[in-house]
Design a binder for this molecule. Structure first.
Ligand code: GDP
Length: 440
């Protein structure tokens, strides 16, 4: 994401390269480009203008005869100001009530229902909460079913009243049910419309008045650019919401929404959605987002994601096997599954600095491992644990069984062999040390 903007900024910073100092003239040139880039990324005009004015003031005030190059200094100033514009610090959602109640708002298709599922999953697994999801859309029966499917996936019950036409009452009943059954978090998904209309606004405002939630979240599709800001403004006027959830940041989206919403509605962005899968959600980190805009990658998120999936016991077990040269295809399969659990591969890769842009047009998907898995699944248990017995006829059988070719099977065996050798080389204290470092 933000490829456009980061590329433009990069280019405009180049103008400053080779200049000995920041002067009124070269700063003006660069900032013109910065502003144009922001506008192109759908940033609100006033926000962009204020932004470049602040950067200019900061830049001209700097002592230019220091060790850093003017271009580096500008990157730093632009980075810090971007982070500030997006709220500065990460804001945590405060939930005091028992049960705590969260009300979802937003247009249809913004990702409200998906995010309700993600939020339930997140609070359940990370905060040890007992959530109850509530379906308050009385217009589309399919919406109830959708929430039920999500609820099943994250193993959280869904409260609904298919025959009721009164969303306020459904929400109130759900909270009673939560109290009676010991749920400590109620997530109320509401009906959305394709565009803002009076009836929808009245309805959600009525729900909010009746249930006085601990937090009202406004969910918005980041791909809708300038419209996202307008929608946010209107919802905020009616609901005075707590914070914003920016979804679909994994898409080919521009940065405008993230940059302007905070300034225009003066409410923090709390979460970001980064994919359709239910674990594709992150807290919003302004500084990291600024890194990303400037093409510095989102390495901190990447490391956190890796840590979350890292299983210490499993790592120890593997290390022992590697030392004894017993690392086999079952372990290999386990490693692949581990990587897949971390989420969308392209999304992960794009967080690595310098990689984002390079892979923009390449299609990496989670199917990349499919044929490898098929090959391993076609092996007998004995073949998996003792790959050295894989002779020509066995390889032929495996190729047929997995719907691949003998070349693919050979390639995998070669890769496996190399992996095994490499692992043996780096095993022992070195690898343990590396893993420990990751943990910290
Ligand atoms: P609702 O109408 O607001 O409840 O929206 P849904 O939750 O039904 O989402 C609409 C579509 O957007 C669905 O196809 C979701 O899978 C998809 N979606 C939701 N969040 C994300 C996200 O963060 N990234 C991507 N790529 N798709 C998303």
């Amino acid at each position: 994401m933000f490829d456009n903007l980061s590329e433009r900024l990069e280019r405009s910073f180049k103008i400053l390269k080779g200049e000995g100092k920041i002067t009124e003239i070269n700063v003006a040139e660069t900032l013109k480009d910065v502003r144009r880039a922001l506008l192109d990324a759908d940033v609100n005009y006033k926000v962009a203008k204020n932004f470049t004015d602040t950067v200019k003031e900061k830049a001209l005030g700097q002592n230019v005869l220091t060790a850093v190059k003017p271009s580096q200094l500008m990157v730093k100033i632009v980075h810090d100001e971007l982070a500030k514009l997006m709220g500065g610090d990460t804001v945590e959602l405060e939930l005091k009530g028992r049960p705590a109640v969260i009300l979802m708002s937003g247009l249809q298709g913004s990702g409200k229902t998906t995010f309700s599922g993600k939020l339930a999953r997140m609070f359940k697994s990370k905060k040890n909460r007992k959530p109850l999801l509530v379906a308050c859309d009385v217009y589309r029966p399919a919406a109830i079913d959708q929430l039920k499917v999500l609820g099943e996936q994250v193993e959280v019950p869904v409260y609904s009243e298919p025959d009721s036409k009164d969303p306020v009452q459904i929400a109130l009943n759900a909270i009673q049910e939560a109290k009676a059954k010991g749920y400590d978090l109620v997530i109320v998904d509401t009906a959305g419309r394709l565009a803002i209309d009076e009836q929808m606004m009245n309805e959600i405002a009525a729900i909010k008045n009746a249930i006085t939630p601990d937090a009202t979240l406004f969910v918005v599709d980041a791909m809708t650019g300038q419209d996202a800001v307008n929608t946010a403004r209107e919802f905020n006027e009616r609901l005075d919401f707590t914070g914003v959830v920016l979804t679909k940041l994994d898409g080919d989206t521009r940065g405008g929404a993230a940059l302007s919403i905070r300034t225009v509605v003066n409410k923090p962005i709390l979460f970001v959605g980064t994919g359709e899968k239910l674990d594709a959600v992150d807290l919003f980190h302004p500084a990291r987002m600024a890194d990303r805009i400037l093409g510095m990658g989102d390495i901190v998120s990447l490391v956190e994601r890796a840590q979350e999936q890292y299983d210490e016991e499993e790592a120890k077990r593997l290390q022992k096997k590697i030392q004894k040269n017993q690392f086999d295809f079952n372990d290999f399969l386990g490693q692949i599954q581990q990587i897949k659990k971390m989420g969308n591969l392209k999304e992960l890769a794009s967080m690595i600095p310098g990689v984002g842009k390079a892979i923009k047009d390449i299609d990496i998907d989670d199917n990349a491992f499919k044929s490898i898995e098929a090959i391993i699944y076609s092996m007998t248990p004995q073949e998996r644990t003792h790959p050295e017995i894989l002779n020509g006829s066995r390889r032929n059988r495996i190729a047929k069984g997995s719907g691949t070719s003998i070349q693919e099977v050979n390639r995998l065996l070669k890769q496996f062999d190399q992996t095994r050798k490499m692992m043996k080389m780096v095993t022992g204290s070195k690898m343990a040390g590396m893993m420990q470092k990751m943990k910290r």
